[in-house]
Design a protein around this ligand. Structure first.
Ligand code: THU
Length: 143
């Protein structure tokens, strides 16, 4: 699949928004701080940070917080996401699934704590044989 090419300025903005979001991570248990920033087709960027919980299973990853933040603001189409972790940020399986719902061609910039993009992949690249709305015979584009 042809990868989306991001304008240099937008790319920088997305990396910075991810770094910024990471500062707000609430991760007193793992101390693994993650920030995510999601670029919607509208041009707006939505941020998310991981939010842990004393009941560990109630923790939500930064990527899902960013997606839910954007979708609850009315967005449905996404271009790219930066994921910032200490040494980069590969989304977990559940986050890959949540991202796949909104597009297999979303570009992921995996960024380290110094703002360096360490890997660039699409959701399709890291989620083979995805389960999508099509598996349920649904086309959510007009939904
Ligand atoms: N985490 C994320 O925020 N994103 C991921 O893709 C991987 C894991 C968070 C969840 C938890 O707060 C901490 O990192 C350790 O798993």
């Amino acid at each position: 699949m042809e990868k989306t090419k991001l304008d240099h300025e937008i790319r920088q903005k997305l990396v910075e928004a991810g770094l910024n979001a990471r500062k707000r991570a609430y991760a007193p248990y793992s101390k693994y701080y993650v920030g995510a920033a999601l670029l919607a087709a509208s041009g707006k960027i939505y941020e998310g940070a991981n939010i842990e919980n004393a009941s560990y299973g109630a923790t939500v990853c930064a990527e899902r917080v960013a997606v839910f933040n954007a979708v609850s603001a009315g967005e449905r189409k996404f271009i790219a996401m930066s994921v910032v972790g200490d040494k980069g940020g590969a989304p977990c399986g559940m986050c890959r699934q949540v991202l796949a719902e909104f597009g297999l061609d979303i570009l992921l910039l995996e960024v380290n704590k110094d703002g360096k993009v360490v890997r660039e992949v699409t959701v399709a690249d890291i989620l083979p044989d995805p389960f999508t709305p099509a598996n349920l015979g649904i086309d959510p584009s007009n939904y």
